[in-house]
Ligand binder design. Structure first.
Ligand SMILES: Nc1ncnc2c1ncn2[C@@H]1O[C@H](COP(=O)(O)OP(=O)(O)OP(=O)(O)O)[C@@H](O)[C@H]1O
Length: 332
């Protein structure tokens, strides 16, 4: 378990992380989401004692990182896959790490095998592709067989087979009862991987909830109906006291009713249906809706529609005076 309490980080006048308190629990994959510059990497760095908090605490299984005798045996992390020594082979990179943490040499071959790098174990890591570097970083996180694993953008540079592999690896590790904390900008991937979500914006906690609840609470769900007797159907739905709107493509959209209710209603009125489907927004839509007011840098221009404002969640910001050509981050 990872526990944050009032975690705060200032860089000069910039508040990167603002009184964050949450727990990352074992047995599930917890996704860590936030727009660019929200403070995810800074938070993860403080979890690993790579940055000092301005205030607040992080506990790893009840202890501060510095109190862990051999930290790699408690918490493994992939933060920056390029952090490896390029002049060393994959094997030697891992061996150095193993020796510094009193991890048996035999574990090096084991983790190389897990990540599929055994055939290139003796090759210098500077010649590795981005995906291979990412696998090596994952191997280093797994080296101490820790109960807690943190991955910052783990699918960066991985091909579809690699993405599938890391998704299954994270799920399997969670099923073993480990604590898995992962950040990613790939919403479709996160939707397939994470059970629970922590969402931050401008350093503040926006949500700490299950994936299903997050999507449900931050998006509209409705039932779509299509029928050759569209007018009859619309009247029947209307008479049943439900809100129905006709979409641009000629289908009907009904809020606040189940597919069962609508199917039965159509049968009662002997109306033929060509479509009866529950529509639920994607994680991406729900995320855009929730974080609309917490995006640090907006692109303004070429047809990419801004997300609609979320009721009660603040209005979309124009970037707090930030330039509008969307730099990635200050000081990066
Ligand atoms: N060393 C630093 N010096 C000054 N400002 C920093 C530093 N590191 C981060 N920041 C700022 O703190 C804020 C949070 O940055 P951070 O990298 O943690 O965000 P992030 O959520 O990981 O973003 P991204 O999704 O773009 O990687 C940003 O505004 C960033 O510019």
């Amino acid at each position: 378990m990872i526990e944050l309490e009032g975690l705060t980080k200032h860089f000069g006048s910039k508040v990167a992380v603002d009184h964050l308190s949450f727990k990352v629990r074992p047995g599930v994959v917890t996704g860590f989401l936030g727009p660019n510059g929200a403070g995810k990497s800074t938070t993860m760095r403080m979890m690993l004692d790579l940055d000092n908090p301005t205030s607040g605490t992080v506990r790893i299984d009840g202890r501060h990182y510095r109190e862990l005798e051999e930290p790699l045996k408690y918490i493994g992390a992939l933060l920056d896959a390029k952090a490896m020594h390029g002049g060393r082979s994959a094997y030697n990179n891992l061996l150095c790490l193993a020796q510094a943490n009193r991890i048996p040499r035999s574990r090096v071959a084991e983790v190389l095998d897990v990540v599929g790098l055994t055939p290139v174990a003796r090759k210098k890591s500077k010649g590795f592709s981005m995906g291979m570097g990412q696998r090596l970083g994952i191997a280093s996180a797994l080296l101490g067989d820790p109960e807690i694993l943190m991955f910052d953008e783990p699918v960066n540079g991985l091909d579809p087979e690699g993405i599938h592999w890391i998704r299954n690896l994270m799920k399997a590790l969670a099923q073993e009862g480990r604590t898995i904390f992962v950040s990613s900008h790939l919403m479709s991937e996160m939707a397939l991987t994470a059970d629970h979500l922590i969402v931050i914006g401008q350093g503040k906690l926006l949500a700490d909830t299950s994936m299903a609840d997050f999507i449900q609470q931050n998006s509209r769900s409705y039932v779509r109906l299509r029928s050759p007797q569209q007018e009859e159907l619309r009247d029947a739905v209307h008479r049943a006291g439900m809100t129905v709107v006709e979409s641009d493509n000629g289908t009907l959209e009904v809020d606040g009713a189940s597919t069962e209710q609508l199917g039965e209603l159509a049968a009662e009125h002997r109306i033929v249906l060509h479509e009866l489907s529950a529509q639920r927004a994607s994680l991406e839509e729900a995320f855009m809706q929730m974080t609309a007011g917490a995006v640090e840098y907006h692109a303004h221009s070429t047809g990419a529609a801004a997300p609609p404002p979320s009721p009660g969640l603040g209005t979309p910001s124009s970037g707090h005076g930030a330039p509008q050509w969307a730099p990635r981050k200050e000081g990066a």
